[in-house]
Design a protein around this ligand. Structure first.
Ligand code: ZN
Length: 562
């Protein structure tokens, strides 16, 4: 998910409108200030989730396949739906199959393996009684109808744009259960068949590949199929009078020609063609950098939706705010970010929601990698400096209820930048490739990532992960320097470094120190900072006129001369 800072005023409007399912606190009137970056990750929003309950439930039940059918009636803003859920009861002692499903629907029938089942549906829980132990797999079928209630940023919306219906959803983190029964936790990935029926004036879009479109008098059914495992929060529906256009990407080994499909409102068609045309190059770059695009046998796609704050990386079909299509590429960073999520978040999913930085920090750093690829080191540097700020709060290890903060996005990206600085480009890229290869189509935790970092680099990275992932804050350094004439005609430079940050006692990091000379030349030295206070000295043949710490901006550090 990405929220763009360029539309912060509309974010303020949105924040002030408030929503039912999550809370906002201390919303300031940002329109009067220049604090736009503070809102970049929707810092004020809290989400309720429970990783322990999710983990406990995943020990008991594993969903293998969702076969979902939505018969959309946009005039009444409701659907008739059917969910066939195939799964395994892993805990043979279980007396129930416990799923998530909001209780505001009319449930017509619930069957388990073809027999009418006893169930309860209360709040956000849906529990089916097991009258006898389930051997092998179960097939649960739930027929229901109604209008989903707003959940989180959106949930499921029968939206309208100037009188045109546009149905879409945004379920992250755990709001898929506001529109279909599921095990709504990111670890329980499953396969998916999605059939969407509309009034035949609409184009209905979902994850994976389009198997067929069946016309039946005034109704039309689109059948989409996902052959790669998908988390519930990445399952998507879009339905509107979309214009469709496409492009192609050829896999690195030249074996697959993959379609890139775009669905936009007719008014945005020409602008979208301009905005979206870099996708084949972007997919190629990330494939070459991380490993082949994970859903190569399906597609990549973008569909315009009405959540105006940003975009969402629904697997193989990113949702993009309609106000981000303008023909001028203003939101290229958003397109890059959502595409990168297909490696980080979609293919390699988070094991728990507390691991969200593995999605957002990685997708955010991928933006910097893409700009570096396109425009060189200065673009890497400027992209990272844009993401540098002093009010990161909390730890990346556990962001609590604040899932989509600038800490998660931007500090997450900075941690990867510093990991690269610590280990070197080659090892860093090897780590990303190994991590992707090992966990694609599955889920990983921060610990899993740390283990890959250590095994690839052969280094003990406990200190690095302690200070940057578990720790809070950034490096604050006071420094001073003096030049001494030496008898040999050389100059000695003594530099005193003292860490003064309050949140974390002592950071260890490689530091570049640049000595600047009168003739404009610089001399760069690299040292290992492994003490709270240090004195280092260098000899030089010329007299330094200035000393610059971290001249290439590799560190989340603020240095001040004493
Ligand atoms: Zn994101």
């Amino acid at each position: 998910m990405k929220i763009s800072s360029m539309i912060f005023i509309s974010i303020v409007a949105f924040l002030c409108s408030g929503t039912a399912k999550f809370t906002n606190k201390n919303i300031k009137d940002h329109s009067k200030s220049n604090e736009k970056y503070e809102l970049r990750g929707l810092d004020e929003y809290q989400f309720n989730y429970n990783d322990e309950t999710d983990a406990e439930n995943f020990r008991k039940v594993d969903i293998l396949h969702y076969d979902l059918f939505f018969d959309l009636h946009t005039d009444k803003k409701m659907f008739y739906a059917s969910a066939e859920i195939k799964g395994i009861v892993k805990d043979r002692k279980s007396e129930t199959i416990d799923l998530n499903f909001y209780d505001n629907f009319e449930i017509e029938s619930v069957t388990l393996n073809g027999t009418k089942a006893d169930y309860t549906n209360k709040g956000e829980n849906f529990s089916v009684k097991l009258n006898e132990p389930v051997i092998d797999t179960f097939l649960l079928k739930i027929d229901y109808s109604g209008t989903p209630e707003k959940a989180g940023f959106v949930g499921f919306d029968f939206g309208e744009y100037k009188g045109t219906s546009l149905v879409y959803n945004l379920s992250e983190p755990n709001y898929a259960s506001s529109w279909f029964p599921c095990n709504d936790s990111p670890s329980d990935k499953a396969l998916l068949d999605m059939r969407i029926e509309n009034d035949s004036s609409q184009v209905s879009v979902s994850n994976g590949i389009l198997l067929n479109v069946i016309d039946n008098n005034t109704r039309r059914i689109y059948h989409w199929k996902t052959i790669y495992p998908i988390s519930t929060y990445l399952i998507a529906i879009y339905s509107s009078n979309y214009s469709h256009f496409s492009d192609t990407y050829i896999s690195l080994n030249k074996q697959d020609t993959m379609s890139i499909d775009y669905y936009v409102l007719p008014k945005d068609l020409e602008n979208a063609k301009l905005d979206f045309k870099q996708h084949p190059d972007m997919i190629r770059f990330f494939s070459e950098t991380f490993g082949e695009y994970p859903f190569i046998k399906e597609k990549y796609g973008v569909a315009e939706f009405l959540w105006q704050l940003g975009a969402m990386e629904h697997q193989t079909i990113t949702g993009l705010a309609s106000n981000m299509i303008g023909g001028k590429n203003y939101f290229l960073d958003v397109l890059v970010h959502e595409l990168a999520h297909h490696w980080w978040g979609d293919a390699v999913g988070p094991k728990y929601w507390k691991d969200i930085w593995l999605n957002e920090g990685f997708a955010t750093y991928s933006e910097a990698l893409f700009y570096e690829f396109r425009s060189g080191k200065s673009a890497l540097k400027s992209t990272m400096l844009n993401k540098k700020q002093r009010n990161f709060r909390g730890s990346l290890e556990n962001p609590g209820n604040f899932l989509f903060t600038s800490t998660v996005y931007d500090k997450g990206a900075w941690v990867l930048h510093m990991l690269r600085w610590e280990l070197g480009d080659k090892t860093f890229l090897e780590i990303l490739r190994k991590y992707y290869e090992k966990y694609k189509y599955s889920n990983a935790s921060t610990e899993d990532f740390e283990n890959v970092c250590e095994s690839v680099s052969g280094k003990d990275l406990t200190k690095f992960f302690n200070q940057w992932i578990k720790g809070v804050g950034d490096i604050e350094l006071k420094y001073s320097w003096i030049v001494k004439n030496k008898s040999s005609g050389k100059f000695g430079v003594n530099i005193n470094l003292h860490q003064v940050q309050r949140e974390y006692d002592e950071y260890h990091f490689p530091l570049e120190i640049a000595l600047k000379f009168k003739n404009g030349k610089t001399e760069v030295h690299k040292i290992e900072v492994n003490n709270k206070s240090m004195e280092v000295s260098f000899n030089s043949s010329d007299k330094p006129v200035d000393v610059i710490l971290d001249p290439n901006d590799w560190l989340l550090m603020y240095a001040e001369k004493e």
